[in-house]
Design a protein around this ligand. Structure first.
Ligand code: ADP
Ligand code: MG
Length: 230
């Protein structure tokens, strides 16, 4: 079964009089319950692809079906709800909120969804424990290492039980030892929880943790490789 399907998707950015086609007529399906790597040179459209799937932006043309929804048919409020409830985002620069501590950062998506505070706290603590961060809950992001910050961001991505995790160069700012720890966490989420993860990475070594590798070039899919049997 597919969790995401793109049909003839194009994205053209317009700045002034210049049009830049970041994605050109892309059609692809992503299977559910797999760990998928998206690779390609800088500027090839990787982040654009992830942002469109995550409903952070809309395509110029084409159709995206994700988690059973046709994104085109959603109002901007519905799209925000889709992002909050179905998608967990993990970014290269962590995007944690500096004045909130670890626990508060992780509780935030649940607060937005209207989960009561006690329940939210319990859930956040559970996930932080699983990720080995139970003794960091009162710390602010700037008191943590890069690897720890990214684990906090992963905890935050997980609290609303998303169907899909979208990770844009999640190890771009952390050392290789911590990068492998993050890959181990992702692998476990896919194998044990049936999660689907689409991860943009530059690192060929990390793509070996994945089940499928999608290569982009100049906004076009160049190659799809299934690493393990699907
Ligand atoms: N908001 C934007 N406005 C104008 N051009 C953009 C915007 N976002 C991305 N681009 C351009 O689209 C192309 C693809 O960008 P992106 O998807 O970020 O590539 P990647 O993540 O593979 O490096 C790049 O050439 C980039 O400059
Ligand atoms: Mg990018």
């Amino acid at each position: 079964m597919d969790i995401v399907r793109l049909e003839n998707v194009s994205k053209v950015y317009v700045t002034g009089k210049v049009k830049y086609p970041a994605l050109r007529n892309v059609s692809i399906s992503f299977p559910k319950g797999r760990f998928i790597a998206v690779m390609g040179p800088s500027g090839s459209g990787k982040s654009t692809l992830l942002n469109l799937i995550g409903g952070l932006d809309r395509p110029t043309e084409g159709k995206i079906i994700s988690c059973g929804r046709n994104l085109e048919e959603l109002t901007s409020d519905e799209l925000a709800e889709y992002r909050n409830e179905k998608i967990g985002f993990v970014f290269q620069f962590f995007n944690l909120i500096g004045y909130l501590n670890v626990l508060e950062n992780v509780m935030l998506p649940m607060a937005i969804r209207g989960v009561n505070e006690r329940e939210g706290r319990e859930k956040a603590m559970n996930i932080l424990r699983i990720l080995g961060l139970e003794d960091k809950v009162k710390k602010k992001p700037n008191e943590l290492s890069g690897g720890e910050r990214q684990r906090v961001a992963i905890a935050r991505a997980l609290v609303n039980d998303p169907e899909l995790i979208l990770a844009d160069e999640p190890t771009g700012n952390i050392d290789s030892v911590n990068a492998k720890i993050i890959m181990g966490i992702f692998r476990k989420l896919v194998d044990e929880k049936g999660m689907t993860i689409i991860m943009v990475t530059h690192n060929i070594e990390l793509s070996r943790f994945c089940d499928m590798v999608v290569r982009l070039r100049d906004g076009v899919i160049e190659n799809v490789e299934e690493v393990s049997e699907l």
